[in-house]
Write a protein that binds this ligand. Structure first.
Ligand SMILES: Nc1ncnc2c1ncn2[C@@H]1O[C@H](COP(=O)(O)OP(=O)(O)OP(=O)(O)O)[C@@H](O)[C@H]1O
Ligand SMILES: [Mg+2]
Length: 314
């Protein structure tokens, strides 16, 4: 069943759209069927993916256009229900409807079953459409920069979510974004977030100029610079989210080996086992993930990461 996930924080400019694009693209690279829904009139998702849609969420919500006709394929496995500035005009129209907080849920309901993940990007304030996004989401993921005001906005989101969704209103994951390990206050606030919200806090996404350059070229970070810190951090986040939501990678190509398996003879002596690769700093077994042609090995304890090209990306 599709997980509908709202990516929200009541503060602007903290990495919501960057997270939706690169988590969505990363999940699609792992073989998931992903729909991105833009509920922000800035329409940043279409720009960041370099697509030029003709129809948008406005057509669905206000003109009653069939939702399937307003969705475009942005990448293989990655679809987009886009927005643009017309959505500003939709907000007062929606707010007058008696069922105003469920119009988005009703609008996307016919297509939700076709996806593994529906990721909703939202604006940085509590607009009627943002309330819709929170109402229709199974889970809320909150990116936050590791700064005092952003952390305060996170508290506000959690309080609002409780009001809107009652006991079901909790934030499933908190993603520290634009994290700069050289800044002492960032380290202190990250430690405070972890102390307060425990394992809901994901590994941080570090500040990386490549992440801020990619949207202007309409590229995901895996397309723009798969060796960058931003690509590695989002690749690890995709692994984290996949594990948390129980999604296992689907091969995008059928297995090339049609040979039947050979019977395995009983070994005359114990087979030698290959020791798992371990972290050079703490000795813990390394975790692995593959994205955009790279295999990334990382330690969940330390900050150790390494990557190698595993196939020609063509
Ligand atoms: N880890 C990062 N390192 C450096 N720059 C980043 C990072 N993440 C996002 N950015 C940049 O920061 C800016 C704000 O990010 P983004 O648009 O994702 O935030 P947002 O929360 O969606 O903002 P808004 O509320 O305006 O929609 C963008 O220019 C983006 O490219
Ligand atoms: Mg945004």
């Amino acid at each position: 069943m599709a997980r509908v996930v709202a990516v929200a924080n009541l503060k602007g400019g903290i990495g919501k759209t960057t997270t939706v694009v690169n988590v969505g693209a990363g999940l699609a690279l792992k073989g998931a069927r992903v729909l991105l829904v833009d509920t922000d009139a800035q329409g940043n998702l279409a720009m960041a993916l370099g697509v030029h849609p003709r129809r948008t969420l406005y057509d669905v919500l206000v003109d009653g256009a069939p939702v399937e006709r307003c969705i475009i394929e942005a990448r293989p496995g990655l679809d987009l229900l886009p927005a643009d500035a017309t959505l500003l005009g939709a907000q007062p129209i929606i707010a007058r409807r008696p069922d105003w907080s469920r119009v988005l849920a009703q609008a996307i309901q016919p297509v939700v079953g076709s996806y593994d993940f529906v990721l909703i990007d939202s604006a940085g304030s509590l607009t009627p459409l943002n309330v819709n996004a929170l109402v229709c989401a199974h889970d809320v993921i909150a990116p936050t920069t590791v700064e005092h005001f952003a952390v305060k906005s996170l508290e506000l989101l959690i309080a609002q979510l409780g009001r809107i969704k009652g006991s079901a209103g909790h934030v499933r994951m908190i993603i520290p974004t634009m994290y700069d390990p050289r800044v002492r206050q960032s380290g202190e606030l990250l430690a405070m977030l972890r102390a307060r919200y425990g394992d809901r806090v994901t590994p941080p996404v570090r500040v990386n100029v490549r992440l801020s350059e990619a949207p202007a070229l309409g590229k995901t970070i895996y397309e723009y610079d798969p060796q960058s810190r931003g690509a590695i951090d989002y690749a690890m986040l995709v692994e984290h989210i996949s594990r948390a939501f129980g999604f296992t990678a689907r091969p995008s190509q059928p297995s090339p080996d049609p040979m039947p398996p050979k019977p395995i003879a009983a070994p005359s002596r114990p087979a030698s086992t290959v020791a798992p690769e371990t972290c050079p700093h703490c000795g813990r077994a390394l975790q692995h993930t593959s994205l955009a042609g790279y295999r990334v090995s990382y330690c969940v304890q330390c900050r150790f990461k390494k990557q190698e090209l595993v196939r020609d990306r063509g």
